[in-house]
Design a protein around this ligand. Structure first.
Ligand code: GDP
Ligand code: MN
Length: 382
């Protein structure tokens, strides 16, 4: 789960990382009031779950409360790469002498948190990594040992910071960022830019914070930060029902058992000239309850024109899945064409059950390729 900048900064502040004081605003007049409270020049920042807001015009300076009102009016409602701005963060404007970059990402291949630090911040870090790889300090932390003072020294000396006060501040921020990363079970914590002011003060000017969905049950306070308005309503419904579902843009509703098979099914649908409307993994189950829940989510999508079940029976028995599908159809009364391909354990029995059910919208196919072709054909015909 990705957090908004203002939420990330709230967490930064909680862990003792210096940030600018600010307020959230949903309306221009709230932005004006926030600017009045903060006093002096402020910066109006679009709160969207995507980066590069500055370049897109979503970050603007305002010298007075009246200007803050105007800038907020311009930014609210703006579309930044498909994200509509509904909230702005108003914070006291900072004077910037230098912009650095500091992050911790979970490095899956090393199974360790990975620090990245460079004094060439403010720009895309991918660009720095590509053009000046020597300027980027990369440092793993053994999670069993934790962050040690030498990690901080390695980061600041590695990046060539010579001012002692700056060295101390950056090392302290790195230690706190590590605490925040571990404490929140984050996947990513990124500060870009980490600024140095003309007075030599080091502060986080931006926050990118992504927490591990699978650990959220241990962090009810973080789970509450989820913005239900920003998530796809179908995905929210799926989460509620415990269905593994990702919304896609096509017309063929895809259901498989197992993530690999389901991804393969999405590909095969594309291969035969169609487009999947979703990725839906039934998992090991296939009982009526699970199938009903999945179909309720999939058929709620008005773009869906046909449904393709691709089931490979291993431990899951095809006859059980067939019964689940039939019970689900009986309970839901779906009129969309449904193509079912069953293979593996008890596939013959499963197919027999489906054929005997004699439902006019139910089509049984023998192979994944034939099933995909049929589902695409039927989606185009309806
Ligand atoms: P991003 O574009 O989404 O990464 O948003 P950032 O929060 O990183 O802001 C982008 C850029 O706007 C920063 O790199 C700064 O150059 C500039 N900026 C943001 N806040 C301030 C501020 O308080 N004062 C000044 N002078 N510039 C700012
Ligand atoms: Mn940034």
């Amino acid at each position: 789960m990705d957090l908004y900048e203002y939420q990330g900064k709230e967490l930064f502040a909680k862990y003792g990382i210096p940030v600018s004081e600010g307020r959230l605003a949903l309306q221009p007049d709230e932005a004006r009031a926030a600017a009045e409270e903060l006093g002096g020049a402020v910066v109006v920042k679009a709160q969207v779950l995507t980066g590069g807001r500055g370049k897109a015009g979503g970050i603007k300076l305002a010298a007075t409360p009246a200007e803050a009102d105007e800038r907020a009016a311009e930014i609210l409602g703006m579309d930044i790469r498909g994200h509509i701005v509904r909230k702005v963060w108003i914070e006291r404007a900072s004077e910037i002498e230098r912009e650095y970059y500091l992050s911790i990402a979970f490095d899956r291949s090393a199974k360790k948190p990975l620090f990245m630090f460079t004094t060439q911040g403010g720009v895309d870090i991918e660009e720095v990594a590509a053009t000046h790889p020597e300027a980027l300090v990369r440092l793993h932390v053994d999670p069993l040992v934790g962050f040690q003072p030498w990690h901080g020294r390695r980061l600041v000396y590695g990046a060539g910071i010579s001012d002692p006060s700056e060295q101390k501040q950056v090392a302290a921020i790195a230690a706190k960022l590590y605490e925040a990363f571990i404490g929140c079970e984050a996947m990513l914590t990124e500060i870009n830019p980490l600024i140095v002011t003309p007075h030599g003060e080091v502060r986080a000017l931006d926050a990118k914070f992504s927490v591990d969905d699978n650990a959220l049950f241990r962090h009810p306070d973080l789970a509450e930060m989820r913005d239900v308005d920003a998530t796809d309503p179908l995905e929210a419904l799926a989460r509620e029902k415990g269905v593994t579902y990702v919304k896609l843009d096509g017309e063929v509703g895809v259901l498989g058992n197992g993530a690999g098979l389901t991804m393969g099914t999405v590909d095969v649908v594309a291969f035969v000239g169609g487009r999947a409307a979703d990725f839906c993994d039934l998992g090991g189950g296939g009982d009526a309850e699970g199938v009903v829940d999945a179909l309720e989510v999939i058929t709620r999508d008005p773009q869906v024109r046909s449904i393709f079940f691709n089931i490979f029976g291993g431990i899951t028995r095809c006859d059980e899945v067939a019964r689940g599908i039939l019970q689900a159809l009986e309970r839901m009364g779906i009129e969309l064409p449904i193509v079912v391909r069953l293979d593996g354990t008890n596939a013959d029995e499963g197919r027999r059950l489906l054929r005997e059910a004699d439902a006019s919208n139910l089509h049984v196919e023998e192979t994944m390729l034939e099933g995909a072709r049929r589902a695409v054909e039927l989606a185009k015909a309806t």
